[in-house]
Design a protein around this ligand. Structure first.
Ligand SMILES: [Fe+2]
Length: 321
């Protein structure tokens, strides 16, 4: 994967850039099949490190696979993917770093249900003049339109900011108050990324962003750091990658001896009854509307501040934008 000067400039000015790494659709399909096999293992109970955000009735809607480089689940196709893309080299080239390590990796694997995550930052945004020390990466195996990144000029240090301290606090606290409904803002304020299969998205995790999809997902989500030589002493290297990883991401990580190293979220399956309710709400969003009425009373002014409640998030009525 080659990083051009244009892409470097784009990352600096917009906070994100996208780079194509292959047009070999056949190869990408084999990788998607490999991911499908891991999902099968999860359903059979042979791999427990996964996430389940919205547990619908019917086929398990596995949201993410954790510890994706572990030898118990990774196969030759997925190893080949990493051998092909020289991701460590690309990260260093883009960011101007000498060496990098990866501290987070998961594969997002939603089914065809509509999904909208909460707006958030993965890093404190303390200054817009300091270059980021962390970069987040998405590797897309199929086309995916949806991911949203607030434009810099409208973020908190921007000339036309729509994120004052009150809004910042509202956005940070919102996920705790609302499991289904998300905040939304006008589409002119954010980029909606059209990720093509065979491309990698690099973005600054300090910027406000939100996951959003209306179709099946198969994308790696990773975080890379610019570390000191001291930090690298603690890191591991997988034979199929050109970057270091934290201990838990090494292919032979002993998860039985360090269960606390792996945070698993929402892994427990909901009850039969709750899954029926969840599916019913997806097609008849009564729960969303109840939450909306409750939240509307609490945030009556949010509309005037350019942010409003998106009442049909995570239902069939969710719009792509
Ligand atoms: Fe994020």
């Amino acid at each position: 994967m080659i990083i051009s000067e244009t892409q470097k400039t784009e990352f600096k000015t917009k906070g994100w850039t996208s780079v194509n790494f292959t047009q070999d659709t056949k190869f990408l399909k084999t990788c998607i099949n490999s991911i499908a096999k891991i999902k099968k293992k999860i359903i059979l109970g042979d791999w427990k490190y996964s996430r389940l955000y919205h547990d619908y009735f019917g086929e398990k809607n596995i949201a993410a696979i954790e510890l994706p480089f572990h030898e118990e689940i990774i196969d030759t196709n997925l190893k080949e993917l990493f051998k092909k893309i020289d991701l460590g080299k690309a990260v260093c080239e883009l960011m101007g770093w000498n060496k990098t390590y990866c501290s987070l990796a998961r594969i997002f694997t939603m089914n065809n249900k509509r999904y909208h995550g909460h707006w958030h930052r993965d890093e404190n945004y303390l200054s817009n003049t300091i270059e980021p020390n962390i970069v987040q990466v998405g590797i897309f195996l199929n086309d995916q339109i949806g991911f949203k990144i607030l434009k810099k000029e409208y973020d908190k240090f921007g000339l036309s900011s729509i994120v004052d301290p009150d809004i910042e606090e509202l956005i940070i606290n919102f996920p705790r108050k609302s499991p289904l409904i998300t905040l939304q803002t006008d589409d002119r304020y954010y980029y909606q990324i059209k990720a093509l299969k065979g491309s990698v998205l690099f973005f600054d995790p300090r910027m406000l962003h939100a996951g959003c999809s209306n179709s099946e997902r198969n994308d790696y989500h990773m975080r890379f750091h610019n570390g000191s030589s001291d930090t690298f002493k603690l890191m591991k290297q997988n034979s199929f990658q050109d970057f270091m990883v934290t201990q838990n991401l090494s292919s032979n990580f002993d998860y039985t001896s360090s269960p606390n190293e792996v945070k698993i979220m929402n892994i427990a399956t909901n009850s039969f009854f709750n899954r029926i309710l969840k599916s019913t709400n997806y097609y008849m969003p009564i729960k969303n509307l109840k939450h909306y009425i409750f939240l509307k009373k609490k945030f009556p002014n949010s509309k005037t501040k350019k942010w409003y409640l998106s009442k049909f998030s995570n239902t069939i009525f969710q719009k792509l934008r």
